[in-house]
Design a protein around this ligand. Sequence first.
Ligand SMILES: [Zn+2]
Length: 97
Amino acid sequence: MSDQAMTREDKLRFERAPCYLCGYNSHDYYQPNVHPCAKLYHMPEDTVESLREELAQMKQERDGWHRDATSHLMALCEKQAEVNALEAKISELGGQP
Ligand SMILES: [Zn+2]
């Protein structure tokens, strides 16, 4: 993945211009708008802490989707029951549902 934060080793390598990724060795070395690799350099490192935060956020999102899915499923069951009842009524009146 090219958008991943650099490891500590990579950061040290990056600090020794020219850039180990693209060979860039000029002005504004640390400016991502001039030298795109600098963006990776400035990204926070993956730490257990940051990954836990990401995980917690992900779980929260998943739980939200689960709630939504559950309520949609319940609504679907209710709607199906209404459809069944109406079809039964039409059949009772001798029609084709
Ligand atoms: Zn570079």
